[in-house]
Ligand binder design. Structure first.
Ligand code: ADP
Ligand code: MG
Length: 682
C-alpha cells in the first residue's frame, strides 16, 4: 500500500483549512507570491513596497525601555538600513553576529527620516547561496501548519507518480480547443511559478493557469445547476391545461388591464404548466410591476384543473395582504382561499390543516408554516413562492424533495423576486430555472421624486411632512439599519417615534418593528392602511411587499448605510397610487465615495434593472445576488465580478457537455464537491 502523504496530525490540521484530501490541498491556492528571485540595492528600494536585499550586519542594539526593541544595523555596497524587532527571543540576539551576511525580505518604512524594516523575514546566507528561481507562494496558513510546511506538502503531492492519471482532463478536446493548459500542469505552475513568468499575473489570478482553474470551478457550478435543470425534465407532473372561461371572468372583474409583459409572461407560465414535467420558473420584476396578478392567473389555471395551489410569502404581514387580495379576487369566482401562518391560534390552524387535507381549501396562502411536515395537501399541483430571495436555495430544493417524497408526481413551482438582476447574470446564476422578466410598470403610475438631504435639515422636513398630512396623505419614516445591534436599532426607532409624536400633535404617529408581536404588527398596519395612522415610523421590516397607495412620502434616515437594492425596495412602497410621491433620503456627513456614488445612482434612476446594473458595477455580483445569505455554493477561486466572462463561457458550454459527457460531468462536479455538499448534492 502506498504510504499516506500526510501524517495523522497534518491531516487534522489540514481539515481546519477545509482540506480533506490531497486534491483539496492542490486547490488551496497561494493567495499571493513573494519575489525572492532577485536582490535589490538598499539605495534603490522604495518605502511602501516589498523588497529583498542582502547585507552585512554592522552592529546590534538591544533595549528594554521604554519598549522591548532589537535593532540590527546592516549595510550593502549602496547604503545602510535598520532592522527592528519588537518581539524576539534571546536566542535571536545571539544569531545576529557582526559580519554575518543576511538576506532580508520585507517592507521598507521611513521612520523619522531613517529607512527601516520592521519584523522582516530573514535568513543567514553565504556569498554564494543561490537565489530562488521561482516566486515563493504565500498560503493561508493555520497554527501548526506553516507556509513552509504547506509548500512542502503540496510539492509532495506533485511527486506522486500517478497524479496525472488520477486527475485527468475530462471532456475530450475541450481544453485543447480553448488553448488551456492541463489541470495538473496548471496546478504545478500556480504552486511554483518560474521567475520567467510575470509575477503580477499570478498575484491577480490572471495567468492562463489560473484561468483554467477558474473556468473549471465555474463549469462545475454550471454543470451542477444545469444538471438540476435537465434532471427536472425527467420528473413527472400532472399537466395542467388552460381553459379560457375562468380567466376571462377573472379579467373582466379586474379593475385594470394586463400590460403586454404581464400577458406574455403569463403565456410562458401557462405553457409550462401544461407540460408533464414540473415547471421551475423564476419571475423577476421590479417592486410594483404586478407579479401577483400573473401568479394568480397561473393559480387559477391550476385550481380550475382540480389541483391545490400554495402561495408562500416570507412574512406574516405579506401573507395576510396576499390573502386579503386573493380572497377578494377569487371568492367571486367560487374559489376557496385559505390562510395558514405560524401565529394563528391552534384551533384555527387545525381547521386550516383539515381543509387543506380534505381539499376544501383550494388556494392556500401562508408563510414558512406551509412547508412544514404537518401540512398534508390533498392534491397540491403548484407552489408559488413570493420574494424568493428571502428563502434560501436549500429551502427551495427541500420543497421539491418533500413534494417528491409524498407523492409520485411533482408540483410546479413559480418563484418571484423583486430583486432585479441583469438578465445575463440571472441566466448564469439561476441556471437551474427558466426565467421570465417583467420590466415595465403598469400604466398610470405617478412618478416618484427623490431628494437627498443632509440630516441637519431634519427640521425643514418636518414642515414638509406636516403639509403632506394636512393634504390627507400618509408618510413612511424609515429608521436607519443598524447592523451591529438590533437593540440599538430599536432604540433609534423608539426615539424617532417619540420625537415625531411630540411634534405632530394632530397627526397620529405609529411605530412598527420586527420585535413587535405579530398581532400588534397587524393592527398597526391595518390602522395605517385605513388612514388612521398618518405617519408610520418603521425599521426596515416594511421592505417587502407592503401596499398602501395613499402613502406618498417616504423619509429614509441614514440612507448612506443602505444598499442600492434595499433603497430601491423601500422606495417602491410609495408611488403606488394616483398621486405624486416624494422620497427623501437623509444622510449623515461625511459621506464615503462609495456612499456618494450609491446615493447618486438612486437619485438618478428609478428603473430597478438599471439600478441593479449600476449596483453590479459598484459591488460585483456576489454582493448583488446576496450569495452569502442565499446559501448558494461558495466559490473558492473564481470571483464573479473579475471572472464574469469565464462564467458566461462556462454557462454556454455546460449544456452540451452534460449531453456528450454525462458521467464525466458528474466526476467534474465531484472534483469540486466541497462547494456542493451544503446544497445537498444528490
Ligand atoms: P409586485 O410585482 O411588487 O408584487 P404587485 O403585484 O403587488 O407588484 O402590484 C402592485 C400594484 O399594481 C397592485 O396594487 C396591483 O393590483 C397593481 N397592478 C398590477 N398590474 C396592474 C396593471 N396592469 N395595471 C394597473 N395596476 C396593476
Ligand atoms: Mg409582490
Amino acid at each position: 500500500m502506498a504510504k499516506p502523504i500526510f501524517t495523522e496530525i497534518q491531516s487534522k490540521k489540514l481539515k481546519k483549512l477545509g482540506i480533506l484530501n490531497s486534491f483539496d490541498l492542490l486547490l488551496h491556492l497561494p493567495t499571493r507570491y513573494i519575489d525572492e528571485t532577485k536582490i535589490e540595492l538598499i539605495k534603490n528600494i522604495k518605502p511602501g513596497s516589498m523588497h529583498q536585499i542582502e547585507a552585512k550586519i554592522i552592529s546590534i542594539e538591544v533595549s528594554y525601555r521604554p519598549r522591548k526593541n532589537l535593532t540590527v544595523y546592516v549595510k550593502d555596497i549602496s547604503g545602510d538600513l535598520k532592522l527592528r524587532f519588537m518581539n524576539f527571543y534571546p536566542s535571536q540576539i545571539k544569531q545576529f553576529e557582526e559580519g554575518k551576511i543576511v538576506r532580508i525580505y520585507g517592507e521598507i518604512k521611513l521612520n523619522s527620516f531613517l529607512f527601516e524594516m520592521i519584523h522582516p523575514q530573514y535568513e543567514f546566507v553565504s556569498i554564494d547561496t543561490p537565489l530562488k528561481n521561482f516566486y515563493t507562494p504565500v498560503y493561508q496558513a493555520t497554527e501548526g501548519l506553516s507556509q513552509k510546511l504547506i509548500f512542502k506538502l503540496v510539492q509532495k503531492v506533485f511527486e506522486q507518480e500517478d497524479l496525472e492519471k488520477k486527475s485527468p482532463d475530462y471532456f475530450g478536446n475541450l481544453y485543447k480547443e480553448k488553448l488551456f493548459p492541463s489541470l495538473v500542469e496548471s496546478l504545478k505552475i500556480i504552486h511554483k511559478p518560474k521567475k520567467e513568468y510575470e509575477k503580477i499575473l499570478f498575484d491577480e489570478k490572471k495567468s492562463i493557469f489560473h484561468q483554467r482553474l477558474i473556468y473549471d470551478e465555474l463549469l462545475a457550478h454550471q454543470l451542477f445547476f444545469r444538471g438540476k435543470y435537465h434532471e427536472n425534465k425527467s420528473y413527472k407532473s400532472k399537466p395542467i391545461l388552460y381553459s379560457d372561461n375562468i380567466h376571462r371572468e377573472f379579467l373582466n372583474n379586474l379593475e385594470f388591464e394586463l400590460t403586454n409583459q404581464q400577458q406574455s409572461v403569463f403565456t410562458e407560465i401557462k405553457n409550462d404548466l401544461s407540460q408533464s414535467y414540473p415547471m421551475y420558473r423564476l419571475l423577476q420584476g421590479d417592486v410594483g410591476s404586478g407579479k401577483t396578478v400573473v401568479a394568480t392567473m397561473a393559480a387559477l389555471q391550476t385550481i380550475n384543473s382540480g389541483f391545490q395551489v400554495a402561495f408562500l410569502a416570507p412574512t406574516e404581514i405579506l401573507a395576510e395582504q396576499h390573502f386579503e387580495k386573493l380572497d377578494l379576487w377569487l371568492t367571486k369566482l367560487g374559489i376557496k382561499v385559505e390562510l395558514l401562518t405560524g401565529s394563528m391560534k391552534p384551533r384555527l390552524k387545525a381547521k386550516s390543516y383539515e381543509k387543506i387535507k380534505n381539499g376544501e381549501a383550494e388556494l392556500i396562502v401562508g408563510t414558512h408554516a406551509l412547508i412544514q411536515e404537518k401540512v398534508d395537501f390533498k392534491f397540491i399541483g403548484f407552489y408559488i413562492i413570493d420574494e424568493q430571495h428571502r428563502f434560501g436555495v436549500k429551502q427551495r430544493l427541500a420543497l421539491r424533495k418533500k413534494s417528491l417524497l409524498n407523492k409520485n408526481y411533482e408540483p410546479h413551482q413559480l418563484m418571484m423576486s423583486a430583486t432585479p438582476i441583469p438578465r445575463t447574470l440571472a441566466m448564469s446564476y439561476f441556471a437551474d430555472m427558466d426565467i421570465s422578466i417583467i420590466n415595465e410598470m403598469p400604466p398610470g403610475r405617478q412618478s416618484i421624486t427623490t431628494k437627498v438631504f443632509s440630516s441637519e435639515k431634519r427640521n425643514e422636513i418636518l414642515v414638509t411632512i406636516n403639509q403632506h398630512c394636512l393634504n390627507n396623505n400618509q408618510v413612511y419614516w424609515v429608521c436607519p439599519l443598524i447592523e451591529e445591534s438590533e437593540t440599538l436599532q430599536l432604540e433609534t426607532a423608539e426615539k424617532t417615534f417619540a420625537d415625531l409624536s411630540n411634534y405632530f400633535v394632530s397627526h397620529k404617529v405609529g411605530l412598527i418593528h420586527g420585535r413587535l408581536p405579530t398581532n400588534d404588527k397587524k393592527e398597526i398596519m391595518e390602522d395605517f392602511k385605513n388612514n388612521k395612522i398618518k405617519i408610520i415610523v418603521a425599521t426596515t421590516v416594511i421592505e417587502v411587499g407592503v401596499d398602501v397607495p395613499n402613502a406618498t412620502l417616504m423619509v429614509i434616515e441614514n440612507a448612506e448605510r443602505m444598499g442600492l437594492s434595499q433603497l430601491h425596495q423601500l422606495r417602491g412602497r410609495i408611488g403606488r397610487g394616483h398621486k405624486k410621491s416624494i422620497c427623501i433620503l437623509l444622510y449623515k456627513k461625511k459621506l464615503s465615495d462609495l456612499a456618494k456614488q450609491r446615493l447618486k445612482v438612486i437619485y438618478e434612476n428609478i428603473d430597478g434593472f438599471k439600478i441593479a446594473e449600476e449596483d453590479l458595477k459598484l459591488r460585483g455580483p456576489g454582493e448583488l445576488l446576496g450569495l452569502r445569505q442565499s446559501g448558494l455554493p461558495s466559490l473558492r477561486i473564481a470571483d464573479l465580478e473579475r471572472d464574469h466572462t469565464l462564467l458566461f463561457t462556462a454557462k454556454k458550454d455546460a449544456d452540451s457537455l452534460i449531453e456528450k459527457f454525462p458521467s464525466e460531468s458528474l466526476l467534474h462536479i465531484d472534483r469540486w464537491h466541497r462547494n456542493y455538499k451544503d446544497v445537498g448534492r444528490s
